[in-house]
Structures are given as C-alpha cells and as structure tokens.
Design a protein around this ligand. Structure first.
Ligand code: NAD
Length: 489
C-alpha cells in the first residue's frame, strides 16, 4: 500500500465529497487496528516479516543495484558493502537473537518486594514512522525497519523523494514481502511529509538534516511522540605531525570520496599544521590517482552527485580557498572531481556548512590544543577522527571532545559493527541504533511488578496508622536485598 497527498482540483460539485484533509488517516487507522489486534506481537510474526526482508534483499539484488546506479551511479562494490550486505547482516542478527532480545529481563528486588515477580518487558511502541534521506537510500530505510519489526511495531516508511529509483522499489516491491496491513510506504517530499507528521505516531525515527530534524521534532512534540534524530553536520579529522602520511591519506581519501562524499559520517575537513599539510598533499594526490586513475571522471568507482541542486551547491564550494587537488566539475554528469582545498578561511562556506560531497578542505592549526579548541567551539559532530602514531595524541582528542562516534587512525568502520550504538549527540542528533540498539530504540522498557493477591499480612505494615516500629521495619525492608533470587509467583 502506498499513499500520496492529493491536491484538490478545481471547483467542487454539490455531489462531490468534502476534500480529504488528512489523506493518510485511512492508512493509519488500518495500521493502528492491525497493531491493536496484537498480530505483530508474537515472535513467529516478527520472524516471518524479517524472513520477508531477507527474501526481498536476495531476490531483488539486481533491481536494488540498478536503483542505486540510477540515483547516485553508486559503484556496485560500494552498494554491496554500504547498503545490501549491511542490511542482510542486520536481518540475520535480528533473526538469530530475536528470542533473547524479546525475553523479559528479571531485575533485583528489595525485601519489601521479595515475594513478587519483577521484570522489564520490551513492549512495542505501536505505529512507528521512519523518515529517510537519499544518500544511502536502502540502508537508511531498512536498518531502522529491521529493529522496528523485531520490536513488534507497525511501520509507515517515508523514503526520500530525491532518490527516485530506490523510492519506487521501496514503495512497489518491498510491500510484496511484508504484511500490508502492518507495513506501508508513503511517497512524496516535504509537502507530503508535513501532512503525514500531523498524524499521531507512537514513535518517529528520522534521518536527515538538522534543519528538517527541528521541524520533525516540533511536529512530534504536538503529540508528545518520542523520537530518534539521526542528523548530520561537520566531522573534523585531526592529523598529527607524527603520522604515516600515506596511510592517513589512503584512509582519509577513501572515507571522504566514498559515495562521492555524500556520507553523513565522512571526514568533513582536516585539521593539521602547515608542515603536515605540505607532506599530506602529495600523499593524498597519490591516493586519488591510485583509487580513481589519472582522470577520475572515467573511473567506474566514483559515484555522482544526487541532483542539480546539490551539484550547483558543491560547485560553489569549489571556489573557496585554492584547489590543490582536483577542482574540476561537469554539470552534464553531475561530476565533481575528488578535491582537496587549502588556504580556506574559517568564515568560508566550505568551513561553515556540511559539505556532503567529494571536497576536503584542510584548515591549518599550530597544535593539538588549537585543534581541540577549534572542535569544541563548534556543534558536537556526528563523527570525529584523529590520526597519529602516538596513541596519547589520539586519546587526548578522544578525552577532550564529544561526538556521536569516534575513529582513531581510521574512518567510519564503526558503521559496520552491530555491536556498537550509532547516533549523534547534541546538534548531530539524539538516540542510537544498529544491531540490538535498534530493537531497544523501537521498544518501550516497561517496568513490571506482579504481586500476590493474598499475603496481606506482609503488606499491612505499609498502611496507616503509622507506628515507629512499622516505620523502622519498612525502612529496613526497602534498604535490604536477598543475596539470591526468590519469588513465589
Ligand atoms: P533532509 O533533511 O532534507 O530530508 C530527509 C527526509 O526528510 C526526506 O525523506 C525528506 O523528504 C524529508 N523532509 C524534507 N523536508 C521535510 C519537512 N519539512 N518535514 C518533514 N520531512 C521533510 O535530508 P537529506 O538531504 O535527504 O539528507 C542529507 C542530510 O541527512 C545530511 O545532513 C546528512 O548528514 C544527514 N544524514 C544523517 C545520517 C545519520 O545517520 N545521522 C545518515 C544520512 C544522512
């Protein structure tokens, strides 16, 4: 099932029904009824839907690769490692661990509740909304969806209208693998999303820009809906004087230019001394030539910019500072060469806005302390990187800054690890996901205490009229625990 906000067309006749103010009301009623019926709760249902996702990925591999080529000219290797394989891994992990994740968690009790049963139940929120961006248009829809399904929710998916190839696959092909009464896709852009957000959801999972994140959070606040915000920003990358510069150059270049730089966790700018910059530049040039050849425009391994708007924005940024590497662009192909800018000013747009393209400015600092002060003066980033042969330097950057994730001597390999929570902090977002963390995000942790309806003689000491003896006993019961588990329920 998929829906789109309908515009009214011309004058109404008397027989015409009133225009539908909320075109998503029916979809949401259907999902809410399905959730309230309890069908998403049994583990068997969740397993069957996760298996559906697994089959979707397996049976439509070519279709998915074609959609990623259409949207971003994403090289097949990058599509595999950053989209399809990561999604498959998440589905497999959820299938292997679902029963353990779903289990009630027994908790410690005091003596006053010793004979009761105390546990945390992982309860689905209900109807969740997942809004995704265009840069990893499969991964950023499916990875949250895996956790939402595993946790027992119904879901409305809102893929990006900008990655049109993948939007079509998610709206038209994915539903064939899922229960249509519980999972649906809404297509459209800001206009449709605005109307959609007027509806009450039980959880909202948003990935996108901080600007739209604010709009989504404000819409969620109208219904007091809990939400996760996976946002973006500028990710600093400190390069120490004491480094194996070719290793640094290879790693920074690959993580910056992967997906043509359109990655939320990509190193956004380098902070280093002028002396290190002079040695780093030839190493970066060697890395670019080795990865993409003499003319990167002919390389099959470099993606393209998503649309004309972003192409022109990036073309504008090429004029900041001086292009020491690259700097070329081709509007027809939406090609921007892997570029390194030097002599940039703090006030240049390239040092102010999230770049989200294959452009890497280098900003000079005199010392690690100056680099740390530079980072701390700005919003907390989604990711932060430090490169040095001296682990004390890496640890100093780690200890004295804050960011969603941190990479020492490498790029964003942490994104491939389901054992780690991923998410921003402050301006780069709130909440985490990946692996079990996604299941936890889409689950309400309900504290439950089940008491016997009998045994009133043990409970009576709580009630008035209060006496010093009962008071003392009650305080003692609250303060003490048995050293071993015990319950009569
Ligand atoms: P965006 O914020 O413009 O759009 C994201 C989604 O929000 C899209 O589905 C879009 O249709 C919808 N949207 C747009 N306007 C809206 C509105 N007014 N109300 C409700 N929904 C609206 O972001 P984008 O351009 O698609 O993606 C790029 C941004 O996403 C970058 O800032 C990047 O850093 C960030 N990002 C973050 C992560 C992460 O995991 N933290 C991952 C990928 C991208």
């Amino acid at each position: 099932m998929s829906g789109k906000g309908e515009k009214s067309s011309g004058r109404k006749s008397n027989l015409e029904p009133e225009p539908q103010v909320n075109p998503y009301a029916d979809i949401l009623t259907c999902l809410r009824d399905a959730f309230n019926s309890g069908r998403t709760r049994p583990a068997e249902f969740r397993v069957s839907q996760l298996c559906g996702l697994s089959r979707f990925l397996k049976e439509n591999r070519k279709l998915l690769l074609d959609a990623l080529t259409q949207d971003l000219n994403k090289p097949a290797s990058e599509a595999d490692i950053s989209e399809i394989v990561l999604c498959e891994g998440e589905v497999k992990l959820a299938l292997n661990n679902l029963h353990t994740w779903m289990k009630d968690e027994q908790v410690e009790k005091n003596l006053a509740t010793q004979m009761d049963s105390a546990f945390i139940r992982k309860e689905p929120y209900g109807v969740a909304l997942i809004i995704a961006p265009w840069n990893y248009p499969l991964n950023l829809v499916l990875v949250p969806l895996v956790g939402a399904i595993a946790a027992g929710n119904c879901v409305v998916l809102k893929p990006s209208e900008i990655s049109k190839g993948m939007e079509k696959v998610i709206a038209e092909v994915l539903p064939q693998y899922l229960d249509k009464n519980c999972f649906t896709t809404v297509v459209g852009g800001p206009q449709e999303a605005t109307i959609l957000l007027k509806n009450k959801f039980d959880y909202i999972f948003f990935t996108g820009s901080p600007r739209v994140g604010q709009i989504v959070m404000s819409a969620a606040s109208k219904h007091l809906t809990p939400l996760t915000l996976e946002l973006g920003g500028k990710n600093p990358c400190y390069v120490d004087d004491n480094c194996d510069l070719q290793n640094v150059a290879n790693r920074v270049a690959w993580f910056r230019f992967l997906n043509a730089g359109q990655t939320c966790v990509a190193p956004d700018y380098v902070l280093c001394s002028r002396e290190t910059q002079e040695k780093l530049l030839p190493a970066l040039q060697r890395a670019v030539t080795q990865f993409y050849g003499q003319d990167p425009q002919n390389s099959p391994d470099l993606a393209r910019i998503i649309n004309d708007k972003h192409f022109h924005r990036l073309q504008g940024l090429l004029g900041n500072g001086r292009a020491a590497i690259g700097g070329q662009s081709d509007e027809q192909e939406r090609y921007i060469a892997p570029t390194v800018l030097v002599d940039v000013k703090e006030t240049d747009p390239v040092m102010q806005e999230e770049i989200f393209g294959p452009i890497l400015p280098i900003f000079n600092v005199q010392s690690i302390d100056e680099a740390i002060a530079f980072i701390r003066k700005r919003e907390k980033p989604l990711a932060l990187y430090a490169f040095s042969n001296d682990s004390k330097v890496v640890n100093k950057v780690l200890d004295q800054t804050s960011s969603g994730s941190f990479g020492g001597n490498d790029g964003f390999m942490f994104m491939t690890m389901t054992s780690m929570p991923f998410g921003g902090v402050g301006h780069s977002g709130m909440g985490t996901y990946h692996g079990k963390f996604t299941f936890d995000t889409f689950s309400h942790r309900r504290g439950c205490l089940l008491s016997s309806p009998h045994l009133e003689m043990f409970k009576k000491i709580r009630y008035p009229p209060y006496s010093p003896r009962h008071r003392k006993l009650m305080v003692w019961l609250l303060e003490h625990k048995l050293g071993f588990p015990c319950s009569i329920l």
